[in-house]
Design a protein around this ligand. Structure first.
Ligand SMILES: Cc1cc2nc3c(=O)[nH]c(=O)nc-3n(C[C@H](O)[C@H](O)[C@H](O)COP(=O)(O)OP(=O)(O)OC[C@H]3O[C@@H](n4cnc5c(N)ncnc54)[C@H](O)[C@@H]3O)c2cc1C
Length: 479
């Protein structure tokens, strides 16, 4: 893709010292923990936002907090930018490197440090995958709630970087609501701990600040997260509607009634067809929009909640109501939803947008989204966390056609502006990265941005940590 998205001018002094920097880093790390040959750097040149690529100066793969601290201390001393990275699944370009940066990849730090069932916490290293936490705690009847669709691959460090969410966050909250503490290495190599196992901590909420800071405040090496006891039962139910607008209005009414299901996921007709063809999940194909609503608890609790939800859905003309009858059916329903991005990738190139709107605006924004994309002569599939108002229009285009790509990018930016104008926000869970960096001006005034950059500078005055991300490149303070 083309467009205004780019990187800061590389630091010439760093590029000119590349060989010496690599040799110095090699002294700080075990032999297999540093990658510098261009061929082996290729897997790190981009992330889930594959439209942009840059080879980094080198990749460090530390295995301990002490090694992370040593790399940071060195890079700080010699003014070398650092791009933190987990699994590199970011969809906003958050982990894309720049050529003068060392990628500090935490994916080798995969130790589950402690499962503390008395306190219902798990302490894990930053490279542990999201799903691995639930798998480790599962035998004792616990799980980690935030469940990004990428949970098989993405790391807890990346989840903290992006304040990630998932289908089941409607009831349990996103990463920030489930994070209790972190061990973090500051830009100068100092190791600090924020939070812990207790519910709250005195003073400023620095943990809240770190969660969603996109690798700009420090390198998280360890996290303590909340474990949740598995409910007695859980059941996804499919609700089919004639139109997206009816489904959107139904979501607003369910939430407005005070009922909190575990999840409310939305798919429009193109998304239903794409996911069904891939996953054979049993989705009805004769509807214009589908909601997957999951309730949990005892049989009586689930029955009562479902009766209320069905009543609301009927008022919006629901056409199909289908309860999953077995664990296998339930798994198929979720497999369909969670593989939506991959299934879409089978039929076309796509960009996945991520904006959030107040629930009362869902119907309007869905309708306008369709109109915007059609206006560019492209197609869109919508599949998203409707209960949170977190929209994910997938704009289908041909990546081999530069004109098509430019149109897709422009349509995506129009949709995000629409979300902001509807009272929402540029991101629900994928972060700002480089993708939405320039649109920050649509959400915030320069005075707001200056305040945010001042907070960032309190952690990293030299702009060494993930420097090309989040804030527009123009109008930054000179380090
Ligand atoms: C198919 C697919 C489905 C997805 N579904 C969802 C979804 O449902 N919900 C959702 O929220 N996201 C989703 N994502 C986006 C992505 O998976 C998340 O943003 C995830 O949290 C990124 O984790 P990661 O380990 O890949 O981090 P990376 O992509 O490597 O990094 C993400 C950001 O965090 C920073 N970072 C990484 N590790 C650290 C660390 N240890 N310390 C400090 N900063 C760090 C990076 O600098 C970067 O800014 C999806 C992505 C894909 C490809």
């Amino acid at each position: 893709m083309s467009g205004s998205i780019g990187f800061l001018e590389p630091r010439a002094d760093v590029l000119s010292r590349r060989k010496a920097i690599v040799e110095d880093l090699a002294d700080l790390l075990p032999p297999d923990a540093l990658i510098a040959e261009p061929r082996r750097l290729v897997p790190f040149e981009t992330d889930g936002f594959i439209s942009y690529r840059r080879l980094p100066l080198a990749v460090a793969l530390p295995r301990t907090t002490a090694e992370v601290a040593a790399v940071m201390k060195y890079c700080h001393r010699y003014g070398v930018p650092v791009v933190p990275r987990g699994a590199g699944t970011s969809l906003s370009g958050g982990a894309i490197p720049q050529e003068d940066a060392v990628v500090l990849c935490l994916s080798a730090m995969t130790r589950i440090v402690e499962l503390d069932y008395a306190n219902r916490t798990a302490t894990v290293e930053a490279g542990v995958t999201n799903l691995a936490i639930s798998e480790a705690a599962g035998p004792e009847g616990y799980f980690y709630a935030p469940d990004p669709s990428s949970q098989l691959a993405c790391t807890i460090g990346g989840n903290i970087g992006m304040n990630s969410g998932g289908a089941h966050c409607l009831k349990y909250g996103v990463t920030t609501n489930n994070l209790l503490g972190v061990k973090m290495v500051l830009v100068d190599g100092t190791v600090i701990e924020l939070g812990g196992k207790a519910l709250d901590a005195p003073g400023l909420d620095l943990l809240g600040l770190v969660c969603g800071s996109e690798g700009q405040l420090g390198i998280v090496t360890e996290a303590t997260v909340r474990l949740i006891a598995r409910p007695e039962g859980a059941r996804p139910v499919l609700f089919g509607f004639d139109t997206s607008e009816a489904a959107g209005a139904c979501v607003a009414d369910i939430i407005g009634s005070g009922i909190v299901p575990v999840a409310i996921e939305f798919m429009d007709k193109p998304a239903i067809e794409i996911c069904e063809a891939f996953a054979h999940a049993g989705y009805p194909l004769d509807v214009g929009a589908l909601l997957i609503v999951e309730v949990e608890g005892s049989e009586e609790d689930m029955a009562a909640m479902l009766a209320s939800i069905v009543g609301i859905a009927r008022r919006h003309g629901v056409k199909v109501v289908r309860e999953s009858q077995s664990a296998m059916e339930a798994a198929a329903i979720w497999k369909g939803r969670k593989s939506a991005f991959g299934a879409t990738g089978r039929i076309a190139d796509y960009i996945c947008m991520d904006g959030t709107v107040p629930l009362g605006q869902l119907s309007h924004v869905l309708k306008r989204t369709g109109e915007i994309v059609e206006g560019y002569g492209l197609r869109v599939a919508n599949v998203f966390h409707a209960g949170d108002g977190n929209m994910h229009p997938l704009i289908l285009y041909d990546a081999n056609d530069p004109e098509d790509a430019a149109k897709a990018e422009a349509a995506g930016m129009d949709i995000l502006r629409l979300c902001v104008d509807a009272g929402g926000c540029l991101t629900g869970e994928h972060g700002v990265g480089i993708e939405k960096r320039d649109l920050m001006r649509h959400q915030y005034s320069q005075a707001d941005l200056n305040q945010q950059m001042a907070v960032r500078a309190a952690f990293d005055s030299g702009w060494l940590l993930n420097p090309s991300k989040v804030f527009p490149l123009e109008g930054r303070p000179r380090p």
